[in-house]
Structure formats: structure tokens, C-alpha cells
Design a protein around this ligand. Structure first.
Ligand code: ZN
Length: 480
């Protein structure tokens, strides 16, 4: 029997704010344990929370970017459960179908023949929990530095639109890039500021019911997510085929052994006894505020990708090299393209020599001495055949070191490429006269000796000769 896999996705992203969600403690990563805490985020009696406006704005902008409806009147709820990392005994979160700040949206992800839509059920705002730590001697501790950090939860709609590990990975990739380009989150999976928990089920093809689902935890990378989903789907299918029974459960991913293992069974949904938090006022938005934020949204990664491919003629691969965790990289490219020049050549130079030099120096593009105008200048020299590729590399290296414009370097050092055919022919003849053995070998059929002769010509012209013309003229002279 053939099976269809369905994947729902729950993503938690910590928001980029100066302070925590409901108090003035700094929102930061790492540091000495329990140093960024106060009565509010420790849940001490009598303390009162105050809503962080910046965090709300991040969630509204994300919801708009994800094509959501906005709840113009949205309240916080208390989600009650007991766990040592939760100082108040409840988490401030948002509950309900149309109460979360954003609901009923969608995001596009690239597919083989265009784009797929993944429906989003909700985007809501809550607070992060503390972190449990294992201490020497079998003891445990809690670090509350993370408790109360603003956290956004993004949940896909049911039934899920994601059916393959690749789609799951693309969804996470574009969602994460979207949050980074919005400036809402830094998306650092390794620091836990972007976390995802897929739930997976399989059902016979054509069935209108979804199978029993499991939730997968401890996925540390996008690669682990796609391998984990693949593994889980295969495990479920083989269990069913062997007459076994699936349980609704939470499973952990063992990265070392590349398998999932049972963590806990979900007998029934938890009763969190949600109720509106009486200490917090409702968030009431007006049209003007929402439309102002909508109008100020930046170009989003998928829109940019479409523009690069469909308007600028770049390949999907080139587009992916430009749309990265650093929105400034794509902006740099856009600025260069707006100054004129071939987008493909600009892209190649940025992702080739320029990126290598930036990485070596540990510099962001804007802090280097090479501006978009420098790249355009270099590309123009190449396109007009005034310099060849080898010269371009040397000129660019100088430009990177000194900030001098490539065309100024060419002028100052007299580096213009030699394209005059009669002069090139003269150099070719000279090289042949000085190397009769090589010419003889060529005539005897060892045609790859031509490379050596071309090298001689390049040497004679101080590397300035246009290599295509040299090669053509050389063949003509040798075949005479
Ligand atoms: Zn605090």
C-alpha cells in the first residue's frame, strides 16, 4: 500500500527586543546564570507584568508578512501547568482560534514548478521558560535568565500542507529567513532562538483521515528535521505493515544514532485551564497602526527570490546565495544592480572573490572598502573587454585592500587588456619562433602543447592579452 505523510509544524522564535516580555530585564543569550532576573520574571507575589510594545510589533509585522488576519482585539491567557522551569506555575500565552495576534495566514515556499502555499493557523505571542541544568553529583538547577523572554509561536494549519521532508525543510528555511529579514528574530538554532517541533503522521493514499501522529523533539538542525521526518514516516509505515499499532506520543531524536525514541505517551490533551490574564490589559489595535506597519514591510525573501529569478534572470542557486541570514548582502546586490551591469556577473563576483575576502577578514560587506559601485565598475571593465578575468582578480584584490576604484587602478597601472589582433599575432609568431620544438610536437599531433605556447604569449604581454583572441590566433598560425 502507498502512504501519504503529513507534517504539521510548530515553531518557536525568540524575539529581538532589548528587554523581556513583561519586565525590564535585558533580553540576551548566555552569561552568568540567574543574573537577568527580577520579581516579575521570577513570578514573585505582588509583581505586575507590563507588555513589551516592541515584541507586539514584531509579532504583528510577522503576522502581516505571513498573510494573516490580525486580531484587532487580542488578549493574553494563562496556560497553567507545573514544571520547575516555569516560576509562576503558568505561562503567559494566547489561546483561541481568532484571538492570537495573527491567524489564518499562509507562506509561499519554492517547489519544483513554482511555489507551494503552506497555510498558517496562528502566530501568537508568549513568554519563554527558564532552562533546567544538570549539575555535578546528579543535582539539577534552574537558570531563569531566559524566563520571560518574548517568544513567538507559529503553527501551521490543519490538515497540514507539508507532505515531504524537503517541503518541511523549505518551509523552515523560508520562515526563518522571513523572521531574520523582518528583524523579528536572529533565527539562531544553535542558541535556541529558533526551535521547531514537527508532528508527523502517515495515512493510506486516498484516505480522508490522517493517521496517529507523533511529535518529534530535540531536532538541532534543518538537516536533522528532514532526516527525522523521513525516519519517523518509515518507522510508522513499517509498524502498520507489520500489523503493529501506533501510539500518539512525543518522541525524541537521537542525533548520534539517527533514530527516534519514545519520550512520553500522550494519553489525552493536557488540560491547561486557559483563562484571560487578569493582570494584563487587552491589546487593541487600530487600522492606522496596522496599515502603517504593513506599508513599511521590507521585501520578503521569497518575493526577492522570485524577482531575482524572473526579472533578473538568475538561477535558483544564485538567488539562494544572495538571500542569506544577512539581509544586507541582498541589499548590497540590489544596489549594485541598480547602478547598471550584468546581474549574473555582479552575483558571481560577490559570491566568489569578494565573499572569500570578506570571510577571511571577518568583515561585513558594508564595512569593507569595496562598495557596490566598485563591483559595478569592475564588471563594466570585464564586459567591455578592457581587462580579462585574470587581471580582474588582481585588480579586485588591490581594490579590496586600498579602496581604489578598479578603473582607476587600470588607468594608473596601464593594465588595459590587449585586444589588438595584429599585436597579438606578432606575439604569437614570436612565441612560435622561439619554441620550434613545441611547434614541431604540435604538428606531430600533440595538440595540448598549445597551452604552453599560449602561456608564453601571456608572459610576453604581461598577462594583458585577451585569452580568447590569443587562443584563436594561435590555432590559426599553428594550422597554417
Ligand atoms: Zn525580569
Amino acid at each position: 500500500m502507498r502512504y501519504v505523510t503529513s507534517v504539521g509544524m510548530e515553531v518557536h522564535a525568540e524575539l529581538l527586543t532589548k528587554t523581556k516580555m513583561f519586565c525590564r530585564c535585558p533580553n540576551a543569550f548566555g552569561g552568568e546564570v540567574n543574573t537577568r532576573v527580577c520579581p516579575v520574571c521570577l513570578g514573585l507575589p505582588g509583581s505586575l507584568p507590563v507588555i513589551n510594545r516592541q515584541a507586539v510589533e514584531h509579532v504583528v509585522r510577522t503576522a502581516l508578512a505571513l498573510n494573516c488576519q490580525i486580531a484587532m482585539w487580542s488578549v493574553f491567557h494563562r496556560k497553567n501547568y507545573f514544571y520547575p522551569d516555569l516560576p509562576k506555575g503558568y505561562q503567559i500565552s494566547q489561546y483561541g482560534e481568532t484571538n492570537p495576534i495573527g491567524y489564518h495566514g499562509w507562506i509561499e515556499i519554492p517547489s519544483e514548478d513554482g511555489e507551494n502555499k503552506v497555510s498558517i493557523q496562528r502566530v501568537h505571542l508568549e513568554e519563554d521558560t527558564g532552562k533546567l541544568m544538570h549539575l555535578p553529583g546528579g543535582k539539577a538547577g534552574v537558570d531563569f535568565n531566559r524566563a520571560g523572554v518574548p517568544l513567538m509561536e507559529i503553527v501551521t494549519a490543519f490538515p497540514p500542507d507539508i507532505h515531504t521532508p524537503d517541503e518541511a525543510r523549505e518551509y523552515l528555511h523560508y520562515l526563518r529567513l522571513t523572521l531574520i529579514h523582518l528583524g523579528a528574530s536572529d533565527g539562531k538554532m544553535e542558541q535556541g532562538s529558533f526551535r521547531c517541533e514537527p508532528n508527523i503522521s502517515v495515512a493510506p493514499e486516498g484516505s480522508d483521515k490522517l493517521g496517529t501522529k507523533t511529535e518529534l523533539k530535540n531536532l538541532g538542525s534543518f538537516k536533522a528535521v528532514s532526516i527525522g521526518i523521513q525516519h519517523e514516516a518509515e518507522r510508522m509505515i513499517s509498524t502498520i505493515d507489520n500489523g503493529g499499532e501506533l501510539h500518539q506520543e512525543t518522541r525524541g531524536w537521537d542525533e548520534g544514532r539517527q533514530i527516534s525514541y519514545p519520550m512520553r505517551k500522550k494519553e489525552r490533551e493536557h488540560d491547561y485551564r486557559y483563562f484571560p490574564d487578569p493582570d494584563l490589559p487587552p491589546m487593541v489595535f487600530d487600522e492606522e497602526y496596522i496599515e502603517g506597519l504593513r506599508a513599511a514591510l521590507p521585501e520578503l525573501p521569497l518575493q526577492r527570490r522570485k524577482r531575482y529569478i524572473r526579472q533578473l534572470g538568475l538561477s535558483a542557486y544564485d538567488a539562494s546565495l544572495l538571500i542569506t541570514d544577512d539581509p544586507g548582502w541582498a541589499e548590497y546586490f540590489d544596489e549594485a544592480v541598480s547602478l547598471g551591469g550584468s546581474p549574473k556577473l555582479i552575483c558571481n563576483w560577490m559570491n566568489g572573490d569578494f565573499l572569500a575576502m570578506l570571510n577571511e577578514e571577518g568583515l561585513p560587506a558594508r564595512e569593507s572598502s569595496v562598495s557596490p559601485a566598485h563591483i559595478v565598475d569592475l564588471v563594466a571593465l570585464l564586459e567591455s573587454n578592457r581587462i580579462n578575468g585574470k587581471q580582474a582578480k588582481e585588480i579586485f584584490e588591490q581594490s579590496f585592500k586600498t579602496g581604489e576604484k578598479p578603473s582607476d587602478i587600470v588607468k594608473r597601472e596601464g593594465l588595459e587588456q590587449l585586444t589588438d589582433e595584429s599585436e597579438i599575432r606578432k606575439a604569437v609568431k614570436e612565441a612560435m619562433n622561439q619554441n620550434p620544438d613545441a611547434v614541431q610536437k604540435y604538428k606531430e599531433g600533440k595538440t595540448n602543447i598549445q597551452g604552453f605556447l599560449i602561456g608564453q604569449v601571456m608572459k610576453k604581454t604581461q598577462g594583458k592579452a585577451n585569452p580568447e583572441i590569443v587562443s584563436r590566433v594561435m590555432t590559426e598560425e599553428l594550422e597554417r
